[in-house]
Ligand binder design. Structure first.
Ligand code: COA
Ligand code: ZN
Length: 334
């Protein structure tokens, strides 16, 4: 297999994941999640959005989030920005990277930002010019790049034209988003080889939602095409499992597990990441779709060894007056 030696993961859970949660997550919990994620080895975290608070009420505390987080050296904390007003807010909060977004589907863009695609792109001219003069890095998302819940198939030429526009605006990276998990690995290979030809120095990242369980397969296809930047959401946070078309990104820990097991470096501590996923589950007060949260990390020393460890934990726990049943709970964290 033709695979890269290392991959960069962009954690989008605090933004893309939380934005779909109906119940407001207290600001201090969001901040704590970002702090914990910052201790895992992740180098890029998308932390919130400067969109209209009525559009995404969950992220109405974005100013406070950016102001109050302790930024760890070596990590890039970015925020989503839809327009000039969003950029002004981002500048006032002194963020170092913004992520712009436009849909490849006219209908989806209208519903998302109440503008046509060309109006979004026209608006980005002022935004990018100003951002560049302030030395801010810019990512450009192409949302619904692989399919749209309203329009169905998306013409790849539409994606190409948005990519060209982003390139001329000076973004450092383009992120193709499979917003409602419609992509398949063959389509991903074709799209990546098409888009990469046009990119030159601009980076390419892929952003897969796991709505239909195909995200990791899509990532494998993209790895073989040489893509080395992927988004993940802690715990698979995002969307509602009962609403078709709206579910989370691939769980970051599932992605890191697969990559590390394949010998592809991520620089991320998987155990710490799993504790972050447990924390995310606590703060949204419901279960998350992550596989690693229930399956745990692979124990290559064998089951016997695992049993022995459980036994040791049991003895320790019984001494402290604990209950054996705890060990049958895969979520039990010693
Ligand atoms: N942040 C806060 N307020 C904003 C804003 C922003 N980024 N952009 C515009 N506004 C304000 C304007 O100042 C104006 O306020 P006023 O009524 O007090 O004068 C009001 O919103 C209307 O401005 P308008 O430009 O007409 O915006 P709109 O109502 O058409 O909404 C967006 C456009 C883009 C701001 C809104 O649709 C949005 O935030 N969408 C984001 C959706 C999203 O995050 N989706 C998930 C990510 S893929
Ligand atoms: Zn997304």
């Amino acid at each position: 297999m033709n695979l890269p030696h290392s991959v960069t993961i962009v954690e989008v859970g605090p933004r893309d994941g939380l934005q779909n949660e109906a119940h407001f997550v207290p600001t201090e919990h969001k901040i704590e999640l970002i702090h914990r994620l910052s201790e895992t080895g992740l180098k890029r975290i998308e932390i919130t959005s400067f969109v209209h608070p009525r559009a995404i009420p969950q992220l109405q505390d974005s100013e406070e989030i950016v102001k109050r987080i302790e930024r760890k050296a070596g990590i890039i904390y970015s925020t989503l920005v839809p327009n000039e007003k969003g950029l002004e807010r981002a500048l006032a909060a002194r963020v170092e990277e913004i992520a712009l977004f436009v849909s490849a589907s006219e209908t989806h863009n209208q519903r998302n930002v109440r503008m046509s695609i060309s109006d979004s792109l026209r608006g980005f001219r002022n935004v990018t010019e100003k951002a560049l003069t302030h030395g801010i890095r810019m990512r450009g998302y192409v949302v619904t790049a692989f399919g749209c819940p309203y329009e169905g198939r998306i013409n790849p030429e539409k994606v190409e034209s948005i990519v060209d526009e982003y390139k001329s605006l000076g973004v450092h990276e383009i992120a193709l988003g499979d917003t409602t998990g419609m992509a398949n690995p063959v389509q991903v290979s074709r799209m990546v080889s098409r888009i990469r030809r046009r990119l030159e120095k601009t980076g390419l990242a892929l952003h897969f939602h796991d709505t239909r369980g195909v995200a990791l397969a899509n990532i494998l296809a993209a790895l073989q095409e040489g893509v080395t930047v992927f988004d993940g959401s802690i715990g698979g946070l995002g969307g509602c499992p009962y609403a078709p078309g709206a579910s989370g990104n691939v769980a970051t820990e599932d992605l890191v597990n697969m990559l590390e097991e394949m010998g592809i470096g991520t620089g991320i501590d998987l155990k710490r990441l799993i504790s972050c996923a447990k924390y995310a589950r606590t703060i949204i007060q419901k279960d998350l779709p992550s596989h690693l949260l229930s399956g745990g990390t692979i124990c290559w020393e064998g089951e016997g060894n695992l049993m022995e460890k459980r036994e040791r934990r049991f003895v320790k726990d019984r001494r402290s007056g604990g209950d054996r049943r705890k060990f049958d709970d895969p979520h039990y964290d010693s």
